[in-house]
Design a protein around this ligand. Structure first.
Ligand SMILES: Cc1cc2nc3c(=O)[nH]c(=O)nc-3n(C[C@H](O)[C@H](O)[C@H](O)COP(=O)(O)OP(=O)(O)OC[C@H]3O[C@@H](n4cnc5c(N)ncnc54)[C@H](O)[C@@H]3O)c2cc1C
Length: 500
């Protein structure tokens, strides 16, 4: 194989697919290598019998309808920079094709303290909830909102600032601070119990000011749209998409060929096959890429991982529930002392004191939700903070036993949340549980890390290496929308620039 590609992209998750499509749009010769037989990475899907499961997707952040962009400008001055719309524009995916269904509302539930805050895709609801529960803090919260609206998040080289410390300058009630932080940490912090202030602002805007939605067909809708765009771009330049996106190709080594004038990269696969490229974009993670380079200079393995328990129930448990019939996601915390512990549990395999509980059926218009509720089945998903070491060290027997125990705990939590009575108890038709060990197996992320390293390579450069860039979670944009944006940004910056 003598071809020298313009770009080799490693990993066909969201960021790798986006980087590849953009590079193809610049007429570059691109090769996308994926170690598995399907695309999507942390956000893929699978089938159990006749049922289809999403691996990662609870919800997309950054909801914005293009029609509302101007209307909403005053609420969020950064609305015109909405990341989801930018991603769709750059990848030339029509908004309608995403078939997004909005959340009705979500809830932060500090069970131990008996305090809840409900929020939706309209910030007014959260403002009124805070006004009702924390009347002394409402003016402070409005000031925080103003600060977030005016914050410029385009300085890549800003040093880390503790968001908890910064927010405490506005809000004095520690319970409110913890409650505001809970969804933002759970959906995108690679730091334990805190988050960088720039990242906090991005997450705040994408969750509280823009909000949640979900494509009708789940993550398949997104992946199929991306694959179809990749195919179209290949067709435009007479390429076969099967040559561009190659599955079952695990990269095991990256080496720079210093003998060549342009210092080409040699990308070696597990099979022994070698490809050459001028630019490499790696989406597999910071530490994982250092391993390919055999570089032992750093230890930047991300700490935060989760278990995910998925239950299919024989009925819609929310439908007639007085408190939760409109709830799409619950950010549940039962720690005492008005605290939410966002860290890798140290002495247990799973921290059962907190969870993200997602009801995927509860997105969309009221009539769609009623229609779904009347069809028999519903799904509930639980993400809980977990420790990779426990799960990877269990014997096979203990591993299965611990998963069974987790299932029992999950049922108890579900009963607590929906206050199910035994008279008319739901039945679990199917369940599945995956652990940090599963996340490692299917994504290659060391320690099953979901949010990557604490150090983010915001300009994508993995110095001192030239023409090697990191895209995805470790570049600093998190979640599905963030990863897509990251792939686009890195391709625009380094592949397009190359062309000029
Ligand atoms: C349980 C769970 C729930 C989540 N829920 C949400 C949610 O509701 N909303 C949201 O926005 N985000 C969610 N996320 C996060 C989201 O999935 C990720 O942020 C995003 O998918 C990361 O995309 P990526 O492209 O950066 O990386 P990845 O998805 O990790 O892609 C990397 C790809 O590289 C491949 N790869 C790895 N090593 C190699 C190698 N050596 N050679 C070749 N290929 C390789 C992997 O197989 C993978 O396909 C969730 C994640 C999890 C795990």
């Amino acid at each position: 194989m003598n071809q020298i590609y313009d770009v080799v992209v490693i990993g066909a998750g969201m960021s790798g697919l986006a980087a590849t499509i953009r590079s193809l749009m610049f007429n570059k010769s691109v090769l996308l290598l994926e170690m598995h037989s399907v695309a999507g990475g942390l956000n893929s899907y699978y089938k159990r019998g006749s049922r289809e499961f999403d691996v990662g997707l609870h919800a997309l952040t950054n909801y914005a309808h293009p029609k509302n962009q101007n209307k909403n400008k005053n609420k969020n001055q950064n609305q015109n920079k909405n990341a989801l719309l930018k991603v769709l524009r750059q990848l030339r995916i029509p908004f309608e094709k995403m078939q997004l269904e909005q959340q009705k509302s979500s809830m932060i539930d500090f069970h131990y303290d008996g305090c809840t805050l409900t929020f939706s895709n309209e910030i007014e609801l959260l403002i009124s909830e805070i006004g009702a529960r924390f009347p002394r803090e409402i003016d402070n919260f409005i000031k925080l909102l103003e600060e977030i609206n005016s914050y410029a998040d385009d300085d890549l080289y800003r040093p880390y600032i503790s968001a908890k410390a910064r927010v405490a300058e506005f809000i004095s009630d520690p319970l409110l601070v913890e409650m505001i932080f809970t969804p933002l940490l759970l959906y995108g912090s690679s730091w334990e119990n805190d988050i960088d202030y720039s990242q906090f602002v991005i997450m705040f805007r994408s969750i509280y000011l823009e909000g949640f939605s979900k494509p009708k067909g789940g993550v398949r809708t997104i992946i199929n749209l991306l694959l179809s765009r990749l195919k179209d771009e290949c067709a435009c330049s007479n390429k076969d998409d099967k040559d561009v996106l190659q599955f079952n190709k695990r990269v095991v080594e990256l080496k720079i060929d210093r003998d060549t004038k342009d210092k080409e990269w040699k990308i070696k696969l597990q099979s022994g096959e070698v490809f050459k490229s001028k630019i490499v974009i790696s989406t597999i993670g910071y530490q994982e890429t250092l391993h390919l380079l055999d570089n032992k200079s750093k230890n930047v393995v991300g700490k935060l991982s989760f278990t995910e328990s998925i239950l299919i129930l024989d009925r819609d448990v929310n439908y007639q529930h007085p408190k939760h019939q409109d709830t799409s996601i619950i950010f549940y915390n039962n720690n005492s002392n008005k605290k939410f512990s966002y860290q890798r549990p140290t002495d247990v395999a799973v921290d059962k004191n907190s969870a993200v509980i997602c009801f995927p059926n509860n997105f969309g218009t009221s009539s769609e939700r009623v229609e779904r509720a009347e069809s028999t089945e519903s799904m509930v998903r639980f993400s809980m903070l977990a420790n990779y070491d426990f799960w990877s060290n269990y014997s096979q027997k203990d591993y299965s036993m611990e998963k069974e125990k987790l299932l029992e705990e999950t049922k108890i939590l579900l009963d607590k949340i929906i206050q199910s009575d035994n008279q008319d108890k739901y039945k679990i038709l199917v369940h599945d549980i995956f652990t940090p060990k599963t996340i490692y197996k299917y994504s290659g992320h060391l320690a099953g890390s979901v949010y990557g390293a604490e150090i983010k390579l915001k300009d994508g450069k993995l110095l001192p290496y030239e023409n090697l860039y990191i895209a995805g979670t470790d570049q600093g944009f998190l979640g599905i929308v963030g990863s897509l944006l990251s792939g686009i940004t890195i391709a625009n910056f380094y592949v397009l620039k190359e062309q000029e």
